[in-house]
Every structure is written in C-alpha cells, then in structure tokens.
Design a protein around this ligand. Structure first.
Ligand SMILES: [Zn+2]
Length: 137
C-alpha cells in the first residue's frame, strides 16, 4: 500500500500520535547523523574555516580540536550548535507538514528550504513511517 493511502486512512488523533513518535525518533536520528557527519568529514575550524587543525585532548568525554591558524579550540558540536539546531527545527516543521500531505514544493517555499533537502527529509520520514507500521502488522 502506498504511504499516501495509509496516511489518508489515519484519523486525526492517530496522526498526532504518529507525529509525536516520529518527532522523537527523528530528533535522535538527526542529532546522531549530525555528530557522525562531523566525525567523518575533514574538520575545519568553525571560526576561521582553516583546515590547519590538531587534536587538543578531550573535554567532558568529547574530543577537542585546536586551530593552528587562529589558536581557538572547539569540539565537533561547536559548528552545529547554531546552524544545526535551526535546520533541525525546520526539519520538525516539515515532519508536521508531511503528515498533512503538503507537497514538497509548497513546503520548500514555506520553510525557505531547498526542494532537494525537503525530498531527502521526506524519504527519511516515509522510511520511519514504514518501519513503524511494519512493527504493528
Ligand atoms: Zn581558526
């Protein structure tokens, strides 16, 4: 059955419940993904964007880095704390829109986000929905 057909059969209360469940799962997913991305990619200084960085021990269990260009220290979360959270908030807003079957283009325009990004989010939401539904069957 198509996801859209399944969604259309859900009642209002069920949609709300699904949304809350999705939101919790996706929040975890999103922060894990952000952290993994930061670990995998070649790190650069969040202040001056220099790639001339070195490991600088650990702080509260998190690896620290020191920029050899501007001498500031940072960890993998330094960069995501601002931009990352804003994106996460947009993602949550889109999750709500997806449950209301709002088209990708409309959502992209409303949120001011690239349509390609919305498509990626949509796939992730539908996958989560699929897994959730599979468990119940
Ligand atoms: Zn720097």
């Amino acid at each position: 059955m198509k996801i859209e057909t399944m969604l259309s059969k859900l009642g209002y209360q069920e949609k709300i419940e699904l949304y809350h469940q999705l939101e919790m799962e996706l929040r975890t997913l999103e922060s894990e993904r952000l952290i993994r991305e930061k670990l995998d990619e070649v790190l650069e200084c969040p202040y001056c964007h220099s790639r001339n960085i070195r490991g600088h021990g650990k702080y509260k269990g998190r690896k620290r880095f020191k920029c050899l260009s501007c001498t500031r220290t940072f960890n993998i979360l330094s960069e995501t704390s601002g931009a990352g959270l804003k994106k996460l908030e947009l993602f949550r807003q889109y999750a709500r829109m997806a449950l209301e079957s709002i088209p990708v283009r409309t959502a992209a325009r409303t949120l001011g986000v690239n349509a390609k990004t919305i498509t990626t989010w949509r796939t992730r939401i539908l996958t989560a929905f699929d897994e959730e539904n599979g468990q119940k069957l």
